[in-house]
Write a protein that binds this ligand. Structure first.
Ligand code: NAD
Ligand code: UD1
Length: 335
């Protein structure tokens, strides 16, 4: 099988690349490096012994996208490419709508033109907005609290429409919960630009001494210890979910959707304590006011992925904390 990974140089794409190569799948990574480094390709080669083919493409560029499809024969596409920073999306909404929607539309036009019928899409639990956990795939979506979330919501609608119009098309929407961790080799991992917004990269950078202390956003939520509860999922488990979704997309047509989460919720304090204990490092913190737009409790009902895809998360919170630290401590400046 020959599979295109748009945005495959990024955090989740690079881990999925390793999983796919190890499964014997031929991959082509295409990325514009707007949020990633070419060095990731060397690291993937070090881990797998095989350097993936890479093509520099901006998927908003129709000519470049067509040229990629003209020169390759793809059996399927995993579409990771997109901008993903929530705060930035509020400051630069047009850039987010333009990049995330345009790249998807351009990709879909090329897929139609070159007769590529399978697509796995990186959606997000953020499409559920403010709904009570556990979230199932039939929980209503919408009411997103930021432009980033709306781009995911809108792309889901676009993909459903594309499937309605083309009975040969097979699309799998994967709604990720909170990905973290890194490949166990410590050679690839999350490499945020500037000060991280997400919890685990922030904790790791405090632990490595790049940041002074963690700011915990609120301890007055209606949760067991008052801090926010999330469903954290190891990125290597997430990567496996893409392989399973690809195989599923081969066997069917239409648009289907799966949560990829563990079904377990952990609080910010659970994360800090587990990270400190497993890695033997201090994570100083202060309690700050709530972050606007944050929810108290978000976790998945992951049963559908287990029943239909045969996928479950295998790695626990200790694995996530250990592997995050292994990556961060060996690569304190990222790639
Ligand atoms: P990432 O930023 O590490 O990877 C995205 C990649 O896409 C980057 O390498 C970037 O350079 C590339 N890219 C962006 N726009 C592009 C364009 N127009 N053309 C070509 N390449 C482009 O992010 P990630 O964490 O690996 O996320 C992958 C996908 O999963 C994204 O769509 C993201 O929105 C989604 N997602 C991520 C999370 C998370 O917490 N990491 C959660 C839910 C969903
Ligand atoms: C955020 C995004 C969401 C995205 C997800 C995964 C928002 C509102 N939502 O979700 O769209 O899909 O990331 O990329 O930004 N926390 C702290 N201190 C910090 C950072 C986080 O206390 O410095 C807390 C948060 O309040 C939250 C938990 O840690 O309770 C997780 O935060 P984060 O990693 O940013 O993920 P989400 O808020 O779940």
């Amino acid at each position: 099988m020959n599979v295109l990974l748009t945005g495959g140089a990024g955090y989740i794409g690079s881990h999925t690349a390793v999983t796919l190569i190890n499964a014997g799948i031929n991959i082509v990574i295409a990325d514009n490096f707007s949020n990633s480094s070419p060095k990731v390709l060397d690291r993937i080669a070090e881990i797998t012994g095989k350097r993936p083919e890479f093509v520099e493409v901006d998927f908003c560029d129709k000519a470049a996208t067509d040229a990629l499809f003209e020169s390759h024969s793809f059996d399927g596409v995993i579409h990771f490419a997109g901008l993903k920073a929530v705060g930035e999306s509020c400051r630069q909404p047009i850039r987010y709508y333009r990049n995330n929607l345009d790249s998807t539309l351009t990709l879909l036009e090329a897929m139609a033109k070159y007769n590529v019928k399978r697509l796995v899409f990186s959606s997000s639990a953020t499409v559920y907005g403010d709904q009570p956990a556990p979230l199932t795939e039939s929980t209503p979506t919408g009411n997103c609290s930021n432009p980033y979330g709306w781009t995911k919501y809108m792309i889901e609608q676009i993909l459903k429409g594309a499937c309605d119009a083309d009975p040969e098309l097979s699309v799998v929407l994967l709604r990720y919960f909170n990905p973290l961790g890194a490949h166990e080799s410590g050679k690839i991992g999350e490499n945020p630009n500037g000060i991280p917004n997400n919890l685990m990269p922030y904790i790791s950078q405090v632990a490595v001494g790049k940041l002074e202390k963690l700011h915990i956003f609120g301890n007055d939520y209606d949760t067991p210890d008052g801090t926010g509860v999330r469903d954290y999922i190891h990125v290597v488990d997430l990567a496996q979910g893409h392989l399973d979704a690809l195989h599923y997309a081969e066997k069917r047509t239409g648009c289907d959707v799966f949560n990829l989460g563990t079904g377990k919720g952990y609080s910010v304090l659970d994360m800090v304590k587990t990270f400190s204990r497993v890695n033997g490092v201090e994570v100083p913190y202060v309690i700050d006011p709530r972050r606007p737009g944050d929810l108290a409790t978000v976790y998945a009902d992951p049963k559908k992925a287990e029943t239909v895809l045969g996928w479950t998360a295998k790695r626990n919170l200790e694995d996530m904390c250990r592997d995050s630290w292994n990556w961060q401590s060996h690569n304190p400046q990222g790639y």
